[in-house]
Design a protein around this ligand. Structure first.
Ligand SMILES: Cc1cc2nc3c(=O)[nH]c(=O)nc-3n(C[C@H](O)[C@H](O)[C@H](O)COP(=O)(O)O)c2cc1C
Length: 154
């Protein structure tokens, strides 16, 4: 796969609570669906490597942005990506945004001839969902809106 070279720091390290527990929970739930035990390092790696096959999707997308742009443009690009995801659904397709690719930034820059003044924000698998694929039956927990929202006024 080549040496890991993070394109950017996706999460703070160390990750504080409650985010750490939530992230672990999603990971464990995903491995459980793949019938991979927590201590099965090779099995966990196998699940993770599915990212780099775009989960068998026929189309893989990469989103890049001028490296000089700042946080406002990251918001813009996140919304742009979401629009692509919503539009895909309107055409009967599904997507999976994949930050995992950005752990191999140098390799992507060289293999895909992405100029160094462009930062790779995310990959994305695009295709028809396989409803039998274990990862597609993962249901993550949700906080109720009143737990993260402050309502003001009457
Ligand atoms: C910015 C971003 C990056 C993501 N990167 C990955 C990834 O590398 N691999 C992956 O399997 N899913 C990735 N996901 C998808 C999430 O794991 C999750 O499936 C998706 O956000 C749907 O969440 P939900 O099931 O809680 O609705 C990413 C999602 C987002 C928004």
């Amino acid at each position: 796969m080549g040496a890991r070279s993070d394109e950017y720091a996706y999460m703070p390290s160390p990750l504080k609570e409650p985010y750490l527990s939530r992230r672990r929970r999603v990971g464990f739930d995903l491995y459980r669906l793949h019938q991979v035990a927590r201590e099965d390092v090779a099995g966990r790696k196998r699940v993770m490597l599915r990212n780099f096959e775009f989960f068998d999707a026929p189309v893989g997308l990469f989103f890049t942005m001028d490296r000089d742009l700042l946080l406002g443009s990251w918001l813009d690009c996140g919304m742009f990506m979401q629009n692509v995801m919503i539009l895909a659904r309107a055409h009967g397709l599904e997507t999976c945004p994949q930050q995992a690719w950005c752990e191999y930034g140098a390799l992507l820059h060289s293999e895909l001839s992405i100029p160094d003044d462009e930062i790779i924000l995310s990959g994305m698998a695009l295709g028809i969902a396989d409803e039998h694929a274990p990862e597609n039956s993962l249901t993550t927990e949700r906080q109720a809106p009143q737990e993260f929202t402050t309502f003001r006024g009457t």
